[in-house]
Design a protein around this ligand. Structure first.
Ligand code: FES
Ligand SMILES: [Fe+2]
Length: 350
């Protein structure tokens, strides 16, 4: 399996997970600790004290700093030791990570701090739209994050493992749209029996047959936004309802993934937050996850293309995303072809 892209923003948590406390989380193989400073900004440093390597997340937040719970060294948001209660001058530093919070999400930059530009973080504007009620969650998947991306970019599996979202009647016409390094996996499903999820959103049911339009946007390394519209099969698309959802993946290790998900319905929807959450947990944790984890085991840690998979038309978006990501990683590691590194070719006549 490939290395992780370093110069990239990764989602660390939902804002609600951190609140005012301390959050410990393993991300990209590194144990990290997050806390909120007094000005509201988020700090993140390695979760390992340089003295006897106690997890700093077992310590205490003191203003804008964190105090190790073992022998009391204090570290600030830059990772510098700012106080040593044992009388000597402060000693030792830990690695700090640039953080940024927007759209109810906390992101960290895994690479060179000088290159951390928050304008590069894909936006999720509807996450904070007051016309929607969102439910969100965090699931841990025992599989490489690209296998989870594959699952999301190829929604044809809906016909086989998600009965409440379409089941066997979900016959999608898929289109791949690439805009620069952004991949859109676009689906149109015409005139199929209203699935249980849509039925629960509007009571009494407004139609027995519905149309659905999905635009699933992918940005490297694994940030996805699914914009779903659905409406009565015999009505104008302008009357369709919107269901925006976020699907953001951050590697925990090479074989496990943090899956941050959220889904919104109109504030007036008949779907309660509790039932909405039950639909999603069932789909993600009881239907998707067991299959993806079984695939991970079946592949035995091998890289996908090395196993020479049969590719189906519905794989196009996932394979495009994999190509872009592997090119970005190769460029970062200096192993990509020169033409991809922006190096000018010498002009040698044919
Ligand atoms: S392990 Fe942190 S101060 Fe000793
Ligand atoms: Fe799924």
């Amino acid at each position: 399996m490939s290395a992780f892209l370093q110069n990239a923003w990764y989602m660390a948590a939902w804002s609600s997970e951190l609140a005012d406390g301390i959050l410990a989380r393993q991300l990209l193989n590194s144990p990290m600790v997050f806390w909120r400073c007094q000005d509201g900004s988020v700090a993140a440093i390695d979760d390992r004290c340089p003295h006897r390597f106690a997890p700093l997340s077992r310590g205490t937040k003191l203003g804008d700093t964190i105090q190790c719970g073992y022998h009391g060294l204090i570290f600030d948001a830059s990772g510098s030791c700012v106080r040593n209660p044992h009388g000597r001058r402060p000693q030792g530093n830990v690695r700090a990570y640039p953080c940024f919070e927007q759209d109810n999400m906390i992101w960290f930059w895994a690479g060179e701090p000088a290159r951390a530009n928050p304008a590069l973080i894909p936006r999720f504007p509807l996450n904070t739209d007051v016309r929607y009620r969102f439910v969100s969650g965090h699931s841990r998947v025992a599989a490489h994050y690209e296998l989870v991306t594959d699952n999301l970019l190829d929604l044809s599996h809906t016909a086989h493992i998600h009965p409440a979202f379409g089941g066997a009647d979900w016959e999608a016409k898929q289109t791949l749209v690439c805009k620069g390094q952004t991949v859109h996996s676009v689906y149109v499903i015409k005139s199929f029996p209203i699935p249980a999820f849509f039925k629960a959103m509007v009571t009494p049911a407004f139609a027995s047959q519905v149309n659905e339009w999905d635009d699933l946007r992918w940005n490297a390394p694994a940030t996805m936004y699914l914009f779903t519209e659905f409406g009565a099969a015999d009505a104008d698309r302008k009357t369709a309802l919107w269901v925006p959802s976020a699907h953001v993946l951050t590697p925990e290790t090479a074989a496990s993934t943090h899956y941050f998900w959220a889904s919104g319905v109109g504030r007036e929807s008949s779907l309660s937050d509790e039932v909405h959450r039950q639909f999603l947990v069932k789909a993600f944790e009881q239907e998707d996850m067991p299959m993806i984890e079984a695939v991970q085991k079946s592949m035995g840690g091998s890289e996908l293309t090395s196993l020479r998979p049969i590719l189906l038309p519905a794989d196009r978006a996932a394979m495009r995303a994999r190509q872009i990501l592997s090119r970005l990683i190769a460029e970062e590691q200096g192993t990509g072809p020169a033409s991809q590194l922006g190096v000018e070719k010498p002009s040698v006549p044919d």
